[in-house]
Design a protein around this ligand. Structure first.
Ligand SMILES: [Zn+2]
Length: 353
């Protein structure tokens, strides 16, 4: 089905079932637990440079928590959800909230909101920035916010040796959104990671960027992480440097995963059973990743693929619905209540994830 037609149908279904109250009927027959995926909360000026699809306002998140509570939902951490699913239960009143990457606002802004609503969540942190180390993606968003995809593409083209990549970088689509999409794709999957890292670090520095200062402004530190942990918020691992794991050999993957695990164990003083794949699409990790997670004793791992989690869902490839400021609340509640899943099981796939 065409994407825009699917979107329109989703909207119609959400409106029909939401406005009439019929949505609630689906909940009792829901066959799995939804996990929602967020990143930044609030709009602190320090994270202005991060893309909009990673942000949600305090007001919108609070509204969502109120609606969930009114609908009778209780929040679980991912580990609590996995434990309930392992007992063969499908808790019809449960939902898990997750926040990726370890932004400082998860402590400063999110924690008070969760406490106010009596909610819990799992926060997945990359530990490199917590030690002052930034990587290409941090540099990328910061630089992109300042000079846009076309100027950045030109600057990178001037630094790269491979001529066909230089040509691609110079001829990004004119549309800013499409240009940004292509640029990120080239950097994630086409340019050699070592070259990409060096080039972006050089542009970042050229524009006056400072790793340690940016890391301290934007990311959690071990102390803030401990405060989350002590408040009952689960802290999970999300690698050290947030790389595409499938692009690394098994040894390097292990370093990334185990590094973040050991950092968190030493900061929090207990086992860390939860992990989230960087980027989280099925092609961003591979069989080595799953083996390593199992060997290291992780009890769960979350992807960024949409869907409800049923007892048969692999605990190392759990599904999540992405949420941001643009998310339609009626559609989201239909997703949570299992309305779209109900249609999917009857042959009408309305998933847009
Ligand atoms: Zn991430």
């Amino acid at each position: 089905m065409k994407h825009h037609l699917k979107k329109l149908l989703r909207r119609c279904v959400a409106w029909t079932f939401g406005a009439t109250g019929l949505r609630a009927l689906f909940r009792s027959g829901r066959r799995g637990v939804p996990v929602l995926m967020f990143h930044n909360v609030g709009y602190p000026t320090e994270t202005d440079y991060l893309p909009d699809h990673m942000k949600i306002s305090e007001a919108k998140l609070s509204k969502l928590l109120r609606r969930l509570k009114r609908a009778g939902y209780r929040t679980l951490t991912v580990s609590q959800m996995v434990a309930e699913l392992a007992r063969g239960q499908i808790p019809g009143d449960a939902i898990a909230l997750t926040f990726d990457d370890g932004y400082r606002d998860n402590h400063d802004v999110l924690l008070p909101i969760l406490e106010k609503h009596g909610a819990v969540a799992t926060v997945y942190v990359q530990t490199g920035p917590m030690k002052g180390q930034l990587n290409w993606l941090h540099h990328y968003f910061w630089v992109l916010h300042r000079i846009g995809p076309h100027e950045l593409g030109g600057k990178l083209a001037g630094r790269i040796e491979k001529q066909h990549l230089a040509a691609d970088l110079r001829s990004l689509p004119a549309d800013a959104v499409e240009g940004e999409y292509q640029l990120k794709r080239l950097l994630k999957y086409e340019v050699r990671p070592e070259d990409r890292d060096l080039m972006l670090a050089a542009v970042f520095e050229e524009l006056g960027g400072d790793d340690a200062a940016l890391a301290a402004e934007v990311y959690l530190d071990p102390e803030a992480c401990r405060a989350l942990d002590q408040a009952g918020i689960e802290v999970g691992a999300h690698t050290v440097n947030h790389l595409v794991l499938s692009s690394l050999d098994a040894k390097h993957q292990r370093r990334e995963i185990e590094g973040s695990l050991r950092d968190l164990e030493s900061w929090l003083g207990h086992d860390i059973p939860a992990f989230a794949f960087p980027y989280g699409r099925t092609w961003d990790y591979d069989e080595h990743t799953l083996e390593i997670l199992d060997e290291l004793g992780f009890e769960s791992s979350v992807t960024a693929m949409p869907g409800l989690n049923v007892p048969a869902t692999s605990r190392l490839e759990l599904l999540r619905f992405a949420v941001n400021q643009e998310s339609d609340m009626a559609e989201l509640m239909c997703e949570v209540d299992g309305v779209f899943d109900w249609f999917e099981r009857r042959g009408l796939n309305l998933s847009v994830g």
